[in-house]
Write a protein that binds this ligand. Sequence first.
Ligand SMILES: Nc1ncnc2c1ncn2[C@@H]1O[C@H](COP(=O)(O)OP(=O)(O)OP(=O)(O)O)[C@@H](O)[C@H]1O
Ligand SMILES: [Mg+2]
Length: 331
Amino acid sequence: MSEQSTVSSLHSALEYDRIAPEASDYFVSTSYVKEIIDRALIYLHAGYPVHFAGPSGTGKTTLAFHLAATWGRDVTLMQGNEEFVSSDLTGKDVGYRKSKLVDNFIHSVLKTEEEMRRVWVDNRLTTACRKGDMLIYDEFNRSRAETNNVLLSVLSEGILNLPGLRGAGEGYMDVHPCFRAVFTSNPEEYAGTHKTQDALMDRMITIRLGHPDRDTELQILQSRTELEAREAGYIVDIVRELRGNDSKTRPSLRAGIAIARVLHLQGINPRYGDKLFHAVCYDVLSMETAKIQHAGRSVFHEMVDDVIRKVCPPVGAEPVRRSVGKIKIVE
Ligand SMILES: Nc1ncnc2c1ncn2[C@@H]1O[C@H](COP(=O)(O)OP(=O)(O)OP(=O)(O)O)[C@@H](O)[C@H]1O
Ligand SMILES: [Mg+2]
């Protein structure tokens, strides 16, 4: 591939990275969700970046995508990464472009001119700042703090520092006035994350999220699975009961969705005493306490059994299993 075509394919790859957002059919908007999105929109309109912070599975990424879709401009997505250096955000020189001019206008005189120019390719942050996109920087605290330093002047002065272009006289770039950013992070996560510098936190408005309310959780479960409302309600209550009053701990929304999907696929209803249902709950909801044993039994399994007994009707109270498609499970 020629140098020219390498560069243009890099450019088109970056264009491809920009997404024209569309609202998802699965997105659930309850008053809990709407209040968060409305507040976030107010901050964006006022020119501030928004940061959704919260434990795993609280809907941060989904809210960020929805917010970006609602905002209506093209979206550039970046995912925090331990390996990133700031040029992975801004861009870099990818080589030189050589051009040669051969002037043979007067047949007895041959004049040639050669020019070498450095070729710079924007990375996503630069593209977003140039075009005025909505930048989603998901899990930005997985990138190292020094990598993210480049955002400081972008967010406060509206200037992107591009040291690689200094030689070409373009060391700084004005950020497009429509540029906005939404960040997500999980401050509780210690594996593979970095502490964020106060200066960066100070430049964004942080909306702290916990697990959503019961109604939202139920509607999300129903939008993501085909389980009927009453059955979905049992699963939501089991998950919420195990979570207790601690809004930080697992199990998250994902666990409920996983149980509901498995049950629906296998044609099982959530019933106390249904061995497979109990086993699916042990597996999906598994916590650190699962290792602790008492009198030869897992303390965690006993806890799950108690919650299922409290929440679900017993086996036999109603028809327990139904056949779905080709899958039929018989006890
Ligand atoms: N408003 C919503 N409507 C529909 N589904 C949702 C909504 N919020 C969250 N979900 C679903 O809940 C699950 C968890 O959401 P999401 O991935 O956004 O969480 P997160 O906080 O980004 O988690 P993590 O920190 O692990 O990345 C996903 O399956 C997502 O589709
Ligand atoms: Mg996420």
